[in-house]
Design a protein around this ligand. Structure first.
Ligand SMILES: Cc1cc2nc3c(=O)[nH]c(=O)nc-3n(C[C@H](O)[C@H](O)[C@H](O)COP(=O)(O)O)c2cc1C
Length: 350
């Protein structure tokens, strides 16, 4: 890596440039490698570091008060002149004011997460001049989001960190990526090598979204204990929260196993027993389930409480074993993608 940390921008990657053109042009970046939003992790310095190294990153709106999000958008703009996105959680308490804010500030890209956005919300953001990216977990959802006006889609397999669906990326590629031709489709979940990126580009992906690999980058504000725990973890340690009873629905989150995941399992079993005995109402039981994880991501990322916090991580955690700078990550991804594309080219020509 150059001393300036911008070697990625000067790299000679003709095959990658060609195959990634749709995604690069759409995002307005050198490489369509996206650092997906990560609540508590994706703050202005990380976002700007990725943007300045030629990638694309998203600020995480999360549960932030609207004034804090405003400051973060302004701070990011002071740290980079490159495009970036803002990720809004449609079920967040301040969602409506987040929506007003991103339209007022005309941020270049808005990514809707949580539930699916309404048509009017997609239209509102687009009419302010922003491009809209939506998650799609089935072909019919993809069609609905396109009908609402989404400019691009993100397919996220259940291998990913954070809130996850129930379908692997391998299935989504066949169900959605191979079917959608109208807009750029970005893919996420369990990806951490350039070699894999090369094959995903060949399959038609416009770009690749990552989370975990950037959560433990040098520029990530995550606590050193959080990063150390990740560096030691294997893919099998990143598990989705189980649901034991349909009376107690659980939103699945993929995170590293720790004391909190065990305690959460025990809590569910205790609540099921109380429900069976008629000693608790369903509403009360559900509330206790929902309260359990409140504040736990902050506890892990910021305070470094690796026992009781939520250690959201994708299975890609098993592919990452060093803390590297954002520029090194992007350069390595680009160089390895290019190498694999060249290998494929030679293989097909031989
Ligand atoms: C700690 C953490 C927090 C996350 N928070 C969010 C979020 O706020 N919004 C969102 O859309 N995705 C969130 N994600 C998902 C990432 O943006 C990304 O899509 C995912 O991590 C990709 O899978 P990978 O970790 O295997 O690379 C989060 C992921 C992690 C690891």
């Amino acid at each position: 890596m150059s001393a300036l940390g911008i070697a990625s921008l000067q790299m000679d990657t003709p095959l990658l440039d060609r195959i990634a053109k749709q995604g690069s042009d759409f995002l307005g970046v050198r490489f369509p490698f996206i650092c997906g939003a990560m609540t508590w992790v994706s703050e202005p310095h990380l976002v700007a570091a990725v943007a300045n190294a030629g990638g694309f990153a998203c600020l995480a709106g999360g549960n932030m008060p609207v004034e804090v999000l405003r400051e973060q958008i302004e701070q990011t703009r002071n740290l980079t002149d490159k495009p970036f996105g803002v990720n809004l959680i449609t079920i967040a308490p301040a969602y409506r004011s987040h929506l007003d804010l991103v339209t007022d500030l005309r941020v270049p890209f808005v990514i809707f997460a949580g539930n699916f956005p309404r048509r009017s919300e997609v239209e509102k953001v687009r009419s302010a001049g922003s491009k809209v990216m939506c998650f799609a977990s089935t072909h019919s959802i993809a069609k609905r989001m396109l009908d609402y006006g989404a400019d691009a889609l993100i397919l996220e397999g259940m291998e990913a960190g954070g809130h996850v669906g129930r379908v692997t990326l391998v299935i989504l590629l066949q169900q959605v990526l191979f079917e959608v031709t109208e807009v750029p489709v970005f893919v996420a979940g369990g990806i951490a090598t350039g070699r894999m990126c090369a094959h995903l580009f060949m399959m038609g992906a416009a770009g690749i979204q990552f989370g975990t690999i950037f959560a433990i980058s040098k520029e990530s504000r995550a606590h050193p204990r959080f990063k150390q725990y990740f560096l030691r973890a294997n893919a099998r340690d990143a598990v989705a929260t189980p649901q034991f009873d349909s009376r107690l629905p659980v939103v699945a989150v993929r995170a590293l196993r720790n004391r909190a995941t065990e305690d959460f399992g025990k809590l569910q079993l205790e609540l099921i027993k109380l429900l069976d005995e008629g000693r608790i109402s369903r509403d009360e039981a559900q509330q206790r389930v929902e309260e359990f994880w409140m504040g736990r991501l902050q506890q892990a990322v910021i305070d470094g409480d690796i026992e009781h916090g939520s250690l959201m991580a994708g299975q890609s955690v098993g592919l990452v074993n060093a803390e590297r700078s954002v520029a090194e990550i992007i350069e390595t991804l680009a160089a390895d993608t290019e190498r694999e594309l060249r290998r494929m080219q030679e293989l097909l020509q031989s």
